[in-house]
Ligand binder design. Structure first.
Ligand code: NAP
Length: 334
């Protein structure tokens, strides 16, 4: 069986381009004892992958590009997996066929996808890692209370659209920040109360102040950079800040953020700032997925995808997402 796969041609320095990857064709590997072979159906492109492209971040030049995906089992040497089962794993990689090891623990575990409740690609978006990120970073780190003002950045993306809806469900006033009016219209449709276009705002901090006259109680920070600074200038007493992502400074390889030194504001507001990694919460995955599925079933949680077709388009999908051209969760249907 032939396997097309995207290999990392060279490590990234600064801004990335599609020439970082090369498409190769090899024979598909065969599954050993307690392994399965899956045919890739869907691949996810995610901002965290930008960090993986740096030298020293774990991927060698010439190796398969890592990434999460969903596939159909076409051969099984594992007693709990049958041909035709649908598998989700962060270890699929950008390729047509992947050998997976279901017995690995933690986040690398291979999950069976039950397609009776949602289409298979949901396991890469609202019923998968992005949904879990929104759930735990908003509810456990942000701890929103009824009446709170909550600001979400990268608000129309995979994580942000869920985070904002969870804050709405918690009884909060929700302000979404994103980079296009089309995306912000979608945020309004799914229940954000106010929106800010960070690209067209002449004074972002003033715009946040206008939308949040009593300050920001919860800040769900998906971007870092100038949006982070603008919101930090507007924190309310006792604010909770979840530092979830830094896509705005992602090309600053390995470097630190620049900008506001917030110590005086953090002292004055007694704010709590907490860094977040979704895999720290993996032991509560089932709880989160059940609640997300229930909200979705009752119509209280909506989700938008942006799909490109064909393995040949995975680098393009990644570039689109990093440039903000995705409108919803960026996926590739292989
Ligand atoms: N810590 C964790 O465990 C964890 C897990 C998952 C995701 N994350 C983080 O959460 C964030 C959102 O991830 P996602 O998967 O939902 O991606 P996403 O929001 O679907 O896509 C990335 C978005 O980032 C925005 N963006 C790009 N450059 C920007 C810039 N210079 N300034 C402001 N926004 C910019 C773009 O939207 P605009 O059009 O609005 O610019 C783009 O659509 C990322 O930072 C990601 O790394 C963290």
């Amino acid at each position: 069986m032939r396997n097309r796969r995207w290999a990392l041609a060279s490590h990234a320095q600064g801004a990335v381009s599609e020439s970082l990857w090369k498409l190769e064709e090899t024979d598909a590997s065969r599954p050993a004892e307690r392994q399965i072979l899956v045919k890739t159906l869907w691949l996810s492109v995610d901002p965290y992958m930008r960090g993986k492209l740096n030298e020293g971040a774990g991927m060698q030049a010439g190796s398969l590009m890592q990434g999460g995906g969903v596939g159909e089992v076409v051969e099984s040497n594992h007693p709990e997996w049958r041909v035709g089962d649908i598998a989700e794993s962060p270890d699929v990689g950008w390729q047509d066929y992947a050998v997976l090891t279901p017995d690995l623990p933690g986040a690398s575990k291979v999950n069976k996808v039950d397609t009776r409740f949602a289409p298979p690609q949901a396991a890469l978006s609202w019923l998968g890692m992005p949904g879990l990120t929104a759930y735990f970073a908003m509810l456990d780190v942000g701890r929103p209370k009824p009446g709170d003002t909550v600001v979400v950045s990268a608000a129309a993306g995979a994580v942000g659209q869920i985070a904002g809806q969870l804050a709405r469900l918690a009884g909060c006033r929700v302000i979404g920040i994103a980079g296009s009016d089309r995306k912000l219209d979608w945020c309004k449709t799914i229940g954000f109360n106010e929106t800010i276009n960070y690209k067209s705002a002449s004074d972002l901090a003033a715009e946040v102040a206008r939308c949040c006259p009593n300050g920001v109680n919860v800040f769900f920070d998906g971007t870092g950079g100038p949006i982070h600074d603008a919101v930090l200038k507007n924190l309310a007493i006792g604010a909770r800040v979840a530092i979830v992502g830094r896509v705005a400074v992602a090309n600053n390889s390995g470097g630190e953020d620049t900008g506001l030194r917030a110590s005086s504001r953090l002292i004055a507001t007694r704010a709590v700032v907490q860094g977040f990694v979704v895999y720290d919460w993996w032991h509560r995955r089932d709880e989160a997925l059940q609640r997300l599925a229930a909200w979705h079933k009752s119509g209280e949680l909506q989700f938008r995808e942006d799909v490109l077709s064909g393995l040949e388009n995975v680098p393009r999908a990644f570039m689109r997402m990093m440039a903000g051209e995705n409108f919803g969760k960026q996926l590739v249907q292989v």
